[in-house]
Design a binder for this molecule. Structure first.
Ligand code: C2E
Ligand code: MG
Ligand code: MG
Ligand code: MG
Length: 293
């Protein structure tokens, strides 16, 4: 096994000088194997209700536990997965694994109210006619209520072919799942789509949150996004909240949920477990973690 991996790595490196297709094929084979051999895993990041201070839900984020390169973030392989078509089996793995994990949490804490989970759906998955069936099957197989699952799509995924996207979203919505626009404000979403699409949540991109307390334009943009969300009956979620001042600004703006390093980085399923227990220290705990970083 080690020999096989070593050889693949050499080929990947030498491909820079040789036939580029060789490297591509190897990369494809490597990612396909990763999906099949269980090298992918999910990390989870809590979304905190800004009124109660408790975890309201969490986002599942894929990682590749690479045998040689260690834990890889999506930026290292999602683009390639999309180009190579492997995003479909990868996305199918994510849907099933995330829903299975959520079901396990519900079973282990049936006395607590179930917590919502969000997963990311790429544009290519959104165009896949099998998406609806895949989501339905995962929910049924694991016995998770559709309303506890949110599918996050980016504006770009919606604007490439808006009519097709609308049809797909309506089908998904009919299943009872929730829908969110991810990275809101960075794509080319028009207000028409907000009106037409059956969306439940608007996730304000973290680039605006980054300047929230230092740049008056970012502050105005975030304020407008929250107002827009509420005016159209959507929940406003802030991404990438890193500081207590950003958090208090978001609270003042009546943003609903916040997610970010201020609370915690995405973490393993095991590490998320304490977050299910309602406790006021959750916030203070992570403030101290932030100081230690
Ligand atoms: P996203 O869906 O917008 O996810 C949020 C990203 O922001 C995550 O990066 C998260 O770790 C990061 N983040 C959270 N809080 C903070 C913060 O306070 N500061 C900063 N600087 N970053 C923060 P991650 O996990 O590396 O994922 C990156 C992107 O990869 C995701 O962006 C999503 O577009 C994509 N992705 C992740 N998992 C999946 C998946 O299962 N399927 C698909 N298709 N795409 C995925
Ligand atoms: Mg997301
Ligand atoms: Mg996002
Ligand atoms: Mg993003």
């Amino acid at each position: 096994q080690a020999k096989k991996r070593g050889r693949n790595r050499c080929e990947l490196e030498s491909s820079a000088h040789g036939d580029p297709d060789d490297g591509r094929m190897n990369r494809r084979g490597e990612l396909r194997r990763a999906i099949e051999d269980g090298e992918l895993c999910l990390f989870y990041q809590p979304q905190i209700d800004l009124i109660s201070g408790q975890m309201n839900g969490f986002e599942a984020l894929v990682r590749w536990d690479h045998p040689d390169r260690g834990l890889l973030a999506p930026s290292a392989f999602i683009d390639f997965a999309e180009e190579s078509g492997l995003i479909l089996p990868l996305g199918a793995w994510v849907i099933n694994a995330a829903v299975a994990q959520q079901a396990a949490w519900h079973r282990s804490a049936s006395e607590r109210p179930p917590v919502r989970m969000s997963i990311n759906i790429s544009a290519i998955q959104l165009n896949d006619p099998r998406l609806e069936e895949m989501v339905t099957e995962a929910l049924e197989r694991h016995g998770v209520a559709p309303g506890l699952l949110t599918l996050e799509v980016t504006e770009t995924a919606l604007t490439a072919d808006p009519d097709a996207a609308l049809r797909t979203l309506e089908i998904l919505k009919a299943l009872g799942v929730r829908l969110a626009i991810d990275d809101f404000g960075t794509g080319h979403s028009s207000l028409t789509y907000l009106k037409r699409f059956p969306i439940d949540e608007l996730k304000i991109d973290r680039s605006f949150i980054a300047g929230l307390t230092t740049d008056s334009k970012d502050h105005a943009i975030v304020a407008s996004c929250v107002q827009l969300a509420h005016a159209t009956n959507l929940i406003a979620v802030a991404e990438g909240v890193e500081t207590p001042t950003q958090l208090s600004a978001l609270t003042e703006l009546h943003c609903d949920l916040a997610q970010g390093y201020f609370y915690t980085r995405p973490m393993s399923a095991e590490d998320l477990e304490p977050w299910f227990i309602p406790r006021p220290e959750n916030m203070r705990l992570d403030e101290s973690q932030l100081v230690n970083q």
